[in-house]
Design a protein around this ligand. Structure first.
Ligand SMILES: NC(=O)c1ccc[n+]([C@@H]2O[C@H](COP(=O)([O-])OP(=O)(O)OC[C@H]3O[C@@H](n4cnc5c(N)ncnc54)[C@H](OP(=O)(O)O)[C@@H]3O)[C@@H](O)[C@H]2O)c1
Length: 237
């Protein structure tokens, strides 16, 4: 879901390389066709494209019911970064960021559970959240709070489904070089490529993991989460 995402494409390549057929879902099917062709040619696996808009909540169940085959692994890469300063001024823009990162993705995955529970073999739901959700910061708390909601959602779903064959993975990238961050200067030491992020998703799936970060970010977010509020308020990062 959100298959034009650079991270999603990289993850799809890892799954395709291992021989898995791929179903791409996005809100503009025509933009998926070249991604589909590339996967088929490069990895000789079946690949198809499907229309999906995370904000079209009333049709989420219909979306899964309409698929020609049931996906065994669902990756939700949908996200919208927005602009913190503009979103503070325009509440409708802020609402779109919150809906695109929390409400839409959470309910799209809720709708998927019904389908996955009919499959007997181990399956997985992988939600791409963000380190931005681990502690609200002045620079991005509108986006971050929505990701916090999505992470909490995935955590609850993981506990609820722990006795089923569905594993829920929360992927929390730090900085990743993608379309989303192309005009933001990122420090090399903390930045992963989309390919590294895709490989991390695939290894989390293979390893049956729960919460996964990109390089250095687990430790960094642990430290940031431990900072006392009086100190945190003085910092600007
Ligand atoms: N890049 C980073 O540094 C970073 C860090 C932490 C977390 N993340 C998260 O990683 C995920 C993937 O991001 P990315 O970096 O690969 O950025 P990206 O290339 O901009 O991907 C974002 C994806 O979300 C899709 N999307 C947005 N609104 C949608 C909607 N209403 N319905 C369906 N799809 C929708 C976009 O589709 P369209 O092509 O139709 O716009 C696009 O496929 C996102 O959830 C992002 O928040 C990224």
């Amino acid at each position: 879901l959100g298959a034009t995402s650079d991270i999603a494409i990289a993850a799809a390549h890892c799954f395709a390389k291992a021989g898995h057929p791929i179903m791409l879902a996005g809100r503009n099917v025509s933009s998926l066709l070249s991604i589909e062709k590339n996967i088929e040619e490069k990895f000789s696996v079946g690949c198809s494209s499907h229309e999906f808009d995370t904000l079209d909540i009333k049709n989420h169940k219909l979306f899964y019911a309409s698929l020609p085959t049931k996906p065994h692994v669902i990756i939700c890469a949908v996200g919208l970064l927005g602009s913190q300063t503009e979103d503070q001024q325009n509440l409708e823009d802020a609402q779109l960021v919150m809906q695109s990162n929390y409400i839409g993705p959470s309910l799209a995955l809720e709708a998927a559970v019904e389908t996955l529970l009919t499959i007997k073999e181990p399956t997985a739901i992988i939600g791409i959240s963000s380190v931005a959700g681990d502690r609200g910061r002045a620079k991005n708390y509108i986006y971050g709070s929505a990701k916090a909601g999505f992470s909490a959602y995935l955590s609850g779903m993981r506990q609820r489904l722990s006795k089923t064959p569905i594993n829920i993975i929360t992927f929390k990238p730090g900085f990743v070089k993608t379309k989303m961050t192309h005009n933001i200067p990122l420090p090399d030491i903390l930045t992963s490529s989309a390919q590294q992020a895709g490989e991390r998703i695939y290894s989390a799936f293979k390893g049956n993991k729960s919460n996964v970060y990109t390089k250095h970010w687990r430790l960094l977010m642990f430290i940031i989460s431990c900072l006392p509020e009086w100190l945190f308020k003085k910092l600007r990062f």
